[in-house]
Design a protein around this ligand. Structure first.
Ligand code: 5RP
Ligand code: FE2
Length: 221
């Protein structure tokens, strides 16, 4: 089980200190939200930010590309030092090629699905992915509310992956993960939990992470 703080919700004015704080609190995954102003309305950060984080921190850099035609930028993010690159199925007609590109750098590949996107076709790319990112909000903004209907999708995805003998593909959930939703997401089958405002929206980040870990631990059927 992994909590991955999303630096989208960090204070950009003291970026490095913010990342340092959550790493010191025990998180070894940092979720980097890349938005291009086209696939989603906002523009956030480019590969230079990944490069800067790579130089300074020894953690897993989990890059979530909310970018149209991600195959244009995969090489830049891989060369900048990303450990995981996730592309959206909705962002390209060439998702298979995009995943192959990520894999060609010897790093982990992720496939992301928006809340309105079905799981159909997963069987054609499941051998190319290390993680499946099920968006639990519509992408583009931090601080939104978790969409409860996504829980069935997580369960369905877990079942399909196990049936296809791809049970080692980890399900990541992203959006609206907090003390009230993290347990349900875990019970549905998620293993990696992105948390933006639930971590950086709190003044005591260490306590916020510990509380999320406790909620994960306490979640049981
Ligand atoms: O991909 C994202 C938005 O598109 C972010 O990772 C996500 O929104 C995290 O923020 P929060 O936990 O506040 O919902
Ligand atoms: Fe994200």
């Amino acid at each position: 089980m992994q909590i991955a703080p999303s630096i989208l919700s960090a204070d950009f004015g003291k970026f490095a200190a913010e990342v340092e704080e959550v790493i010191e609190a025990g998180c070894d995954w940092i979720h980097v939200d890349v938005m291009d102003g086209q696939f989603v309305p906002n523009i956030t950060m480019g590969h230079q930010v990944v490069e800067a984080l790579r130089k300074r921190f020894d953690c897993t850099l989990d890059v979530h590309l909310m970018v149209a035609a991600p195959e244009r930028v995969i090489s830049a993010f891989a060369e900048a030092g990303a450990d995981v690159i996730t592309v959206h199925k909705e962002a390209t007609p060439h998702v298979h090629r995009a995943l192959e590109m990520v894999r060609s750098y010897g790093i982990q590949a992720g496939l992301a699905l928006n809340p309105g996107t079905a799981l159909d076709g997963l069987e054609y790319v499941d051998d190319l992915i290390d993680l499946l990112l099920i968006m639990t909000v519509n992408p583009g903004f931090g601080g939104q509310s978790f969409i409860p209907a996504t829980l069935n999708k997580i369960r369905d995805a877990r079942e399909r992956l196990v049936k296809a003998n791809r049970g080692n593909v980890r399900i990541e959930v992203d959006g609206g993960i907090n003390l009230h939703t993290i347990g349900d997401a875990k019970l549905a089958g998620a293993e990696i939990f992105v948390a933006g405002s639930a971590v950086f929206g709190e003044t005591d980040r260490k306590a916020a992470i510990a509380a999320l870990e406790r909620a994960l631990h306490e979640a049981q059927a």
